[in-house]
Design a protein around this ligand. Structure first.
Ligand SMILES: [Zn+2]
Ligand SMILES: [Zn+2]
Length: 172
């Protein structure tokens, strides 16, 4: 897998310690919602993925989701160039699945939206499987792969990605 460490993407340090998770039932898949540039997946545009991940961390830590998060809310983030960014990582409670739902599943974000880039390409799907396997190996994630919308009222992770989740979240 192509793992982008927090140092590599110049993550800000979390503002307090993570709540530890010893294991989870599995992973929930998310999308950014909103508009993701339609040409993000082009080969030369990976730098913009890094910018996007930094933006999301900044927004989460500034209170853009209603409260100031201690860090980006996701466990890992995957982009359409088959890279997987370290978020909170394994054994840390995420803040993306909804109240009461974060200890059950790690949260993995795919960089696609509800407009612009809406369809996951094969590199993105492979990066998601890379993240799921990493969280199983290093974070005791169980076998479940679900969408944010499972158990929470949201369109996330969008119909194309949710279809892939329901079909077994397999490598393309
Ligand atoms: Zn979501
Ligand atoms: Zn990328």
């Amino acid at each position: 897998m192509n793992l982008i460490t927090r140092a590599d993407w110049h993550a800000k340090k979390p503002t307090s310690v993570y709540t530890r998770l010893s294991s989870t039932r599995g992973v929930k898949i998310h999308y950014t919602g909103g508009t993701v540039p339609a040409d993000l997946a082009e080969a030369g545009n990976h730098d913009r993925c890094v910018d996007l991940v930094q933006d999301i961390q900044r927004m989460h830590m500034a209170g853009g989701r209603g409260e100031r998060y201690i860090d980006v809310g996701y466990s890992m983030v995957c982009c359409p160039h088959r890279s997987t960014f370290m978020g909170r990582g394994p054994h840390a409670l995420p803040a993306a699945n909804g109240a009461g739902l974060n200890s059950g599943h790690y949260a993995v974000l795919a960089l696609i939206g509800s407009s612009g880039l809406t369809e996951p390409n094969d590199d993105l799907l492979n990066a998601l499987v890379d993240a799921i396997e990493y969280l199983r190996e290093h974070g005791e994630a169980g076998q479940e792969v679900k969408g944010h919308r499972d158990g929470y009222a949201t369109s996330c992770p969008g119909d194309p990605l949710y279809r892939w989740v329901r079909d077994g979240a397999e490598r393309p």
